[in-house]
Design a protein around this ligand. Structure first.
Ligand code: CA
Length: 216
C-alpha cells in the first residue's frame, strides 16, 4: 500500500511518515498543496492523508481538483474548531477525517478503513481458503498456523488479496508498494512472489503471462 501525506508542519509530517512506514506502508510526502496535487494526480496512491491549511493550494481546493480526475480515498486532517470544515470535507468528497491533535492509532485505523471501503471490503480479515490475512494486526495464518512473512512479502500479499479476482500488473504492484525514494524494487517483485508461493503454496498466486499476478 502506498500513501501520500500532504502536510506543511514538518514535525507532524515526519511523525506520520514514520508511523505509516512502521505499519508497512510505502510513503510519499508533500509539504504544500501544489506539490501534493501533482503527486496525487501522477501516482496511484491507496490513500491520501490531507491537511486542510496548506501553502499554495489549500486542502479543499486540492481535493476538488483531485475529484475531477480520481477517486483515491482521502483522510482529512482538520482542526478542532473547524466543525463546519468537517461537514464541508465530507460533502466535497473526503472519505473521512481526524481532528488534530489525533492519536496515531486512530489515524491508522481510519486509513485502513477507507482503503478497505474503497476496495469494497467491509471486514479487516480476509479469508482465502485456509489462508487468513488480518490486515489490522498484519498477521497471516494458514490452517491456524502463523506464517512469518517479511514486510515486503506481506505488502505484496495484502495488495493482491484486497484486489482479489483482478489481475495486477507488475507495474501496478511496484507503484503501490514502493515510494518515490525506492527504485530497485521492481526486479525484486518476482522474488517476493516466489517466496510467498514457497510459504503459502504454489497455487495461491497465479501468473498471467504478460499481464501480471492474481489471487483468484
Ligand atoms: Ca497546515
Amino acid at each position: 500500500m502506498r500513501i501520500l501525506i500532504v502536510e506543511d508542519e514538518r514535525d507532524l509530517l515526519q511523525s506520520i511518515a514514520v508511523v505509516l512506514r512502521d505499519e508497512g506502508y510505502a510513503v510519499d510526502s508533500a509539504a504544500d498543496g501544489e506539490l501534493g496535487l501533482y503527486h496525487a494526480l501522477n501516482f496511484d496512491y491507496d490513500a491520501i492523508v490531507l491537511d486542510v491549511m496548506l501553502p499554495k493550494l489549500d486542502g479543499w481546493e486540492l481535493l476538488n481538483r483531485l475529484r475531477e480526475k480520481k477517486s483515491t480515498p482521502v483522510l482529512m486532517l482538520t482542526a478542532r474548531d473547524q466543525l463546519r470544515d468537517r461537514v464541508r470535507g465530507l460533502d466535497t468528497g473526503a472519505d473521512d477525517y481526524v481532528v488534530k491533535p489525533f492519536d496515531f492509532e486512530e489515524l491508522t485505523a481510519r486509513l485502513r478503513a477507507i482503503i478497505r471501503r474503497h476496495a469494497n471490503k467491509a471486514k479487516s480479515v480476509f479469508e482465502i481458503g485456509a489462508l487468513k490475512i488480518d490486515t489490522a494486526l498484519r498477521l497471516v495464518s494458514q490452517k491456524d498456523k502463523t506464517i512469518e512473512l517479511t514486510p515486503r512479502e506481506y505488502r505484496v500479499l495484502e495488495f493482491l488479496a484486497i484486489h482479489r479476482g483482478k489481475v495486477i500488473s507488475r507495474e501496478q504492484l511496484f507503484e503501490h508498494l514502493s515510494d518515490a525514494t525506492e527504485d530497485n524494487g521492481s526486479n525484486l517483485l518476482d522474488v517476493h512472489v516466489f517466496n510467498l508461493r514457497k510459504k503459502l503454496g504454489a497455487e495461491l498466486i497465479t501468473t498471467r503471462r504478460g499481464h501480471g499476478y492474481c489471487i483468484e
